[in-house]
Design a protein around this ligand. Structure first.
Ligand code: C2E
Ligand code: CA
Ligand code: CA
Length: 566
């Protein structure tokens, strides 16, 4: 009979067959198929053979020939193998054709199995490779960033280094942070009369003097011309006063610069970390305190308190006004198209909230959503947003709506069921709903997030990861949460036309996302150049002012379901 043209070796028993197999392996071949002829042979010999071969060759195909009458042999083989996987039984008497067909089919199965295993191995290696590549690019960006964090004149941190350091300490340290902003009084006069070189020398000397009086763990930065910042941890009132007096003394020492005696002084504004964890807020408070110190006569320090602050008043107003705004119908939803990168066809809309306040005008969501999160009002506001967006989806026949859920809202008990109920109430299929989450919403409570995601995904709701690239998690890690789509943060898109590295990162992320089965939306696209580069980088969906600003549902161009717009 005609057998498939592969290398063939025959043996009298299993021992000999295994010997052949070892030889083949030594020559770099693998034995894929074993044809065992057990016609007329005792059952215990058969079972011994199968046991041995299965142990030695887990992944090979075994084809066993036996007499049609020998059903105990069949039962014995099955018992050993546990299943018929990779085992085929042929009963004698045999038609030659049947044997060839069977051998071919089994060989094919073996080949396909090996191929898919290799493909899986290859793709997981490719994914690893891409992750490494992204890591490397990130590291290179980090090096560039490091260089851009320092001040040339004094060697200390510059403003962006200072902000980053403060941010890091506020998120990672449990110690209370204090921010001191220091401004030299009458420095401009030195610069104007003695020249910039003299000004630089004075700045350098004062900087060195201040560095020498810092408490341990504190850090000094030069924030601008004659402006310095200090971050110091957990200082008592007494220690803070002591530190400030030392700095004032250092600054007001008289010095000889460019042959002239020079004396300046300093004003200091201090913010102590209270409820806020925002570096922007702490620096703003320290700045306000610094201006107060200057107003009050310079050469002194001033600690920030609420009385100094209009913004605190504004926040309080927002806090108390938001609930009223919700009930008085001052919140509105607007919708921004998400388009197909190549044709610009509108695929769906992201829902964004607006607050039109009669007292303050239009208040951006960046300002009031964080307040709503802190006060817990986000739960009511979030419910209103989701219901409104879904109603609009139904009313204006939007292809889908993408609803932003803040972390606190997403980690709410039963949020999955809630969203599905809102969709049902609005008569919108879950397939027309997408939710947007940030990484923190998932990572803050992995168990609850997984549960909520499962409920939503099973019903057909899509999940997008918002602001991707601003957090720290790897895509491969996030993949386990069954995310459909990642939205690449606007900061990458902003730089993409200018910085090759941003483009390369976006391309790697897009490629990796694709290999993990996720689609990619790039956000904040404002120019045709950006569109071209993003498309080449593998982003299949785009969003940004270039395609459409967020608009009230009633103002959306009619017929968005019709042919693509160019
Ligand atoms: P986000 O989710 O990243 O939303 C995208 C923001 O980018 C929106 O700002 C949008 O108007 C803006 N944008 C879109 N394309 C462009 C562009 O080409 N250029 C520029 N410069 N900006 C663009 P918006 O509406 O002010 O929202 C800001 C943030 O507030 C949102 O960022 C989101 O984090 C939050 N937010 C807005 N609406 C909601 C909401 O309904 N619920 C929740 N939880 N958060 C919301
Ligand atoms: Ca969003
Ligand atoms: Ca975003």
């Amino acid at each position: 009979m005609a057998l498939p043209t592969e290398t063939l070796a025959s043996a009298q028993d299993a021992g000999e067959a295994l010997h052949h197999f070892e030889q083949a392996r030594y020559l770099g071949r693998t034995a894929a198929l074993f044809l065992l002829d057990f016609r007329g042979i005792a059952i215990d010999q058969l079972t011994n053979c199968v046991t041995e071969l299965r142990k030695a060759l887990r992944n090979s195909e075994l084809i066993i020939l036996f007499d049609a009458t020998d059903s105990p042999a069949l039962a014995a083989c099955l018992k050993i193998a546990g299943s018929t996987e990779r085992m085929t039984f042929l009963t004698a008497p045999l038609g030659g054709n049947l044997v060839v067909k069977t051998l071919k089919a089994v060989a094919e199965r073996q080949r396909a199995g090996a191929h898919s295993k290799r493909a899986m191995r290859d793709s997981s290696e490719a994914i690893k490779g891409l992750e490494v590549q992204i890591e490397e690019l990130r590291a290179r960006l980090d090096i560039a960033k490091h260089a851009s964090r320092h001040d040339h004149l004094t060697g200390s941190l510059n403003r962006s280094g200072f902000v980053e350091e403060l941010n890091m300490r506020l998120t990672r340290n449990r110690q209370m942070q204090n921010v001191l902003m220091i401004d030299l009084d009458r420095f401009k006069a030195v610069n104007d009369t003695l020249g910039h070189a003299a000004g630089d020398e004075l700045v350098r000397k004062i900087s060195t003097g201040m560095a020498a009086v810092l408490p341990s763990g504190a850090i000094l930065a030069r924030l601008g011309g004659d402006e310095f910042g200090i971050i110091a941890e957990s200082l008592s009132d007494v220690a803070m006063t002591e530190l400030c007096n030392k700095i004032l003394r250092v600054a007001s020492q008289s010095r000889i610069i460019a042959g002239h005696e020079v004396q300046v002084s300093a004003s200091i504004g201090i913010a102590r970390q209270g409820a806020t964890h925002s570096e922007v807020e702490l620096m703003r408070q320290a700045d306000l305190a610094l201006y107060a110190a200057k107003r009050e006569g310079r050469n002194r320090f001033r600690v920030f308190d609420d009385a100094l602050d209009q913004v605190t008043q504004y926040r309080l107003t927002l806090e108390s006004g938001l609930e009223r705004a919700l009930n008085a119908g001052q919140l509105k939803m607007v919708y921004q198209p998400i388009v197909k990168a190549d044709t610009r066809a509108i695929l769906g809309y992201e829902a964004l909230v607006r607050w039109d306040s009669p007292d303050y005008g239009s208040i951006p969501p960046d300002e009031f959503i964080p307040i709503a999160e802190e006060t817990g009002l986000i739960l009511d506001v979030g419910e209103w947003i989701a219901r409104e967006a879904l109603r609009d989806c139904r009313k204006w026949n939007l292809p889908y709506v993408s609803i932003n859920l803040s972390s606190r809202q997403f980690l709410r008990h039963n949020v999955g069921e809630r969203i599905l109920r809102y969709a049902a109430d609005a008569d919108v299929s879950p397939h027309r709903v997408q939710i947007e989450l940030t990484e923190t919403a998932i990572i803050d409570d992995v168990e609850r997030a997984s549960y909520n995601l499962r409920i939503l995904r099973e019903a057909g709701v899509r999940v997008a990861l918002d602001d991707f690239g601003t957090g720290y998690s790897s895509l491969v890690y996030l993949k386990q949460f069954a995310i459909d789509c990642i939205k690449i943060d606007k900061s990458f898109v902003d730089n993409i036309a200018r910085e090759r590295q941003s483009a390369v990162i976006v391309a790697s992320v897009a490629k990796l996302a694709k290999s993990l089965g996720m689609s990619v939306v790039a956000e904040g696209v404002e120019t045709e150049d950006q569109r071209t580069i993003l498309m080449a980088s593998g982003c299949n969906m785009l969003q940004g002012f270039h395609f459409g600003r967020p608009m009230a549902a009633a103002e959306l161009a009619p017929g968005h379901l019709s042919e693509p717009k160019y």
